[in-house]
Design a binder for this molecule. Structure first.
Ligand code: ADP
Ligand code: LRH
Length: 496
């Protein structure tokens, strides 16, 4: 037998995709989730003058196409859910129209603002009131940049919608604010479970822009009559899922009930562990961890690591040079390159902005007096080994903060298609890596729709369903072969 179909939109910083999921019951009576990809499309930053923007209307167009495709393929989903990258937003005017193209979180407008805002508010106070790592892209700094630029958009704006809420609004006409995304802004106070209006007022950020957050699993509303008519489809309803992609991905980690460590591996690498509430200790701030609101009442204690962005940017450059090396080919070249020749610290701030990535990596190696990687294979090897070592550092820090020891690391997301990286990670941490599922965000998104529809009880049941539905690849660590020595060198770069 088959249950209702649900449609998940998962918008990553590098690509968007639409997948349909359906609960099926086999002969044994055991449920599993059957997933079909409907559509996949690239997502890019677009430079306009001094600013970097998202092409939000293009995303809307691709989402509409996906809804049409889903019905054309005969799926008839009852609901849909949207998850996206964190922190970004659109502003609506008094008529409910979108004011301009939303900024991309890598827009340089926030440069230097972490220091400025910390100077005004105090670093410790800011951390205690937000639980977040100080990342230049946090919504707080983006809005403060607009305040400083006397942005007319900010003057006339009536409502702020975070990206997934904005996309849901463009499809339904219903304005909402979902909790997991709200917690990525640095303007939400996890201890009080409320918007930090005092902080907004001190920085000149209009507090009337923010809507009351709702928990994942809340029904937002049906497709607007205009969209129904345009697409020729019925009034399927939007569910506010764990709309932050990281949180949807963590919901789909096939872990049991014991505490576990995860690594969500995509454009960013998010490494951490699930908690019952935020850990707002000074050590958490010093080790640069975040507390992000998760689904089912959880908080995720995690570190934001630069991730496969480093590789994506190199690939983009090589594509522009006409080399057309796909990810599998790049991984193959890295495999052939010599081990531990040069390492970088992935979170060196120079790597955050787009462009010139291979040269930035070379300059880091030159400054730290290491051999300078030249070929594509050497560069990619350097990135992957450095990421694996960074994962070890972050895992050890998570263990220290939580006073727990994790038996291995669950890896999910597009990056686990890179088997070399999964193997390197197991070697670096000296523990097994359990890899899967790849489409964790889309699956976690579906799970919260199934919870909203009453087809799945809670997060615990949802994770059992993932374990029963998707295979996990196990990478056992090999005996040392140079990783311990490389880690000592890596720690010498000196960042937490
Ligand atoms: P996001 O959701 O942030 O856009 P994904 O989870 O889709 O990111 O992961 C994208 C990353 O996955 C790419 O940067 C690339 O490094 C990796 N990847 C994608 N496909 C492959 C592949 N076939 N082999 C190896 N790595 C891959
Ligand atoms: C990963 C992610 C991450 C955020 C970043 C902006 O896609 O959502 O959790 O910090 O994008």
């Amino acid at each position: 037998t088959q249950g209702a179909a649900v449609l998940a939109f998962d918008m990553g910083a590098s690509s968007g995709r639409a997948l349909v999921g359906r609960l099926t019951e086999g002969d044994t009576g055991k449920s599993s989730l059957e997933v079909t990809e409907i559509h996949r499309f690239p997502n890019h930053a677009i430079q306009v003058g001094k600013h970097l923007h998202w092409d939000t209307l293009r995303l809307l167009h691709e989402m509409k196409k996906s809804i049409r495709f889903a019905f054309q393929k005969g799926f008839e989903p009852a609901t849909f859910g949207i998850d996206t990258w964190g922190v970004d937003f659109g502003l609506l005017d008094a008529n409910g129209e979108l004011l301009g193209s939303p900024y991309h979180y890598r827009d340089p407008q926030t440069e230097g603002l972490i220091e400025e805002v910390s100077g005004l508010i105090g670093q410790r106070a800011l951390f205690e009131q937000s639980g977040l790592q100080f990342m230049p892209f946090n919504t707080l700094y983006q809005l403060y940049a607009m305040v400083k630029a006397a942005s007319p958009k900010l003057e006339v704006a009536k409502t702020l919608l975070l990206t997934p809420d904005l996309l849901a609004y463009l499809l339904t006409g219903v304005k909402s604010c979902e909790f997991t995304m709200a917690t990525t802004t640095q303007l939400f106070d996890p201890a009080r479970q409320a918007w930090n209006t005092e902080l907004m007022e001190r920085l000149g950020i209009p507090s009337h822009l923010f809507l009351e957050p709702v928990q994942p699993g809340t029904i937002v509303g049906p497709l607007s009559p205009e969209v129904q008519e345009e697409l020729g489809v019925p009034a399927i309803r939007a569910v506010a899922v764990g709309t932050h992609d990281t949180e949807s991905a963590i919901a789909a980690v096939p872990a049991g009930e014991e505490p576990f460590a995860f690594l969500v591996c995509g454009t960013w690498s998010l490494l951490g562990t699930e908690m019952d509430g935020p850990l707002l200790s000074p050590e958490t701030m010093e080790l640069e961890f975040s507390n992000e609101g998760g689904v089912g009442g959880t908080y995720q204690l995690l570190k934001n690591i630069m991730g496969l962005w480093l590789l994506q940017e190199c690939k983009r450059e090589w594509d522009e040079q006409g080399k057309e090396l796909g990810f599998p080919e790049l991984v193959r070249l890295a495999e052939q390159a010599a081990p531990f020749r040069s390492l970088i610290h992935p979170d060196d701030p120079r790597f955050f902005s787009p462009g010139g990535m291979a040269d930035k990596i070379r300059s880091f190696c030159a400054e730290t007096k290491q051999p300078i990687p030249q070929s594509e294979g050497e560069i990619v090897r350097c990135i992957l080994e450095s990421l694996a070592l960074r994962y070890r550092q972050a895992l050890e820090q998570a263990e220290k903060l939580t006073e727990r020891v994790y038996g291995g690391l669950h890896m999910v997301g597009g990056g686990i298609q890179n088997e070399l990286l999964c193997g390197f990670t197991a070697n670096a941490i000296g523990k097994p890596v359990w890899a899967g599922p790849v489409e964790a965000s889309a699956i976690g998104n579906m799970l919260m729709q199934l919870v909203a529809l009453g087809e799945c009880k809670d997060l615990k049941e949802a994770r059992k369903l993932v374990a029963a539905s998707f295979p996990v690849d196990i990478y056992e660590p090999e005996s040392d072969s140079g990783w311990a020595e490389a880690y000592e060198k890596f720690l010498g770069f000196g960042r937490v």
